[in-house]
Design a protein around this ligand. Structure first.
Ligand code: SF4
Ligand code: SF4
Ligand code: FES
Length: 245
């Protein structure tokens, strides 16, 4: 006989002045290969059309369905109910602006952080469309590709103690993105210029190094290595600046 799943879901619509934050219980019969994506869609279709949550790809690619699942940030479309106890608690990701229920605005956060970290290739070369593309060493291209796999789901930031304490902290996702440009030979920024962007408590020196970010990353990005790489690089840059004075 199929299990009955009991969902406890955070409900609050900041757009509705009559809405107050609360937990709502739903019961749903489990089906074979059910994911939280399937379960939430059935709850919305069959029990409460006002339930707010985000999905797009259903394949762990868009990052839209991130939420706190039984206390841990994760992707709902990649979470099978068969791997869980029948009591399931779902909350929106903290840190980001709440849109409603389980939906948060990760886009505004990522846009602001990418602007702050100047997340684009800085080059003085003028683009010439008649020239062949520049070649890049395969190993470097693969290294950049690895760091570009981030789907901007926001789980790493939601799990981060520093990001929970201070809203100006760049978080592992934005720092990982900086590391991507540091290894890119087309970016002409110097270590000193990177230091001006991330050499603060808002940046790499605010990181406590406990690595909740890597633990929850659904794409298994090597965040620990990147944070360590940036910390060493910015530490050496700070020392160099100190002894030059
Ligand atoms: S290691 Fe740093 S970025 Fe990652 S969760 Fe901890 S404080 Fe946040
Ligand atoms: S680094 Fe991982 S957890 Fe963080 S936003 Fe990217 S994919 Fe999500
Ligand atoms: S719906 Fe795209 S990652 Fe889950």
């Amino acid at each position: 006989m199929a299990r009955l799943l009991k969902f406890n879901i955070f409900r609050y619509n900041p757009q509705d002045e009559n809405s107050t934050p609360r937990m709502q219980e739903f019961v749903l019969e489990e089906t074979v290969n059910m994911t939280l994506f399937i379960a939430l869609n059935r709850l919305r279709e069959e029990q409460d059309p006002s339930l707010i949550f985000d999905f797009c790809c259903r394949a762990g690619i868009c990052g839209a369905c991130a939420m706190v699942i039984n206390g841990r940030p994760g992707l709902a479309c990649q979470t099978k109910t068969a791997d869980m106890d029948p009591d399931i608690t779902l909350l929106p990701l903290p840190v980001y602006k709440l849109i409603g229920d389980l939906s948060v605005d990760t886009g505004a956060w990522f846009r602001a952080m990418y602007q702050k970290t100047e997340s684009w290739v800085h080059t003085t070369k003028v683009f010439d469309p008649t020239q062949l593309e520049e070649r890049m060493d395969n190993a470097v291209a693969e290294q950049i590709y690895e760091l570009e796999r981030c789907v901007e789901c926001g789980c790493c930031v939601a799990a981060c103690g520093t990001a929970r304490m201070r809203d100006d902290f760049m978080g592992a996702a934005a720092l990982n993105r900086v590391a991507r440009f540091v290894v890119d030979p087309r970016d002409e920024r110097t270590d000193k210029e990177y230091f001006e962007v991330i050499g603060t408590d808002e940046g790499i020196f605010g990181c406590m190094g406990l690595l909740a970010c890597e633990d929850v990353c659904p794409k298994q990005l090597p965040l620990q290595n990147q944070l360590g790489f940036l910390r060493r690089k910015m530490g050496i840059t700070a020392l160099k600046q100190l002894f030059r004075k």
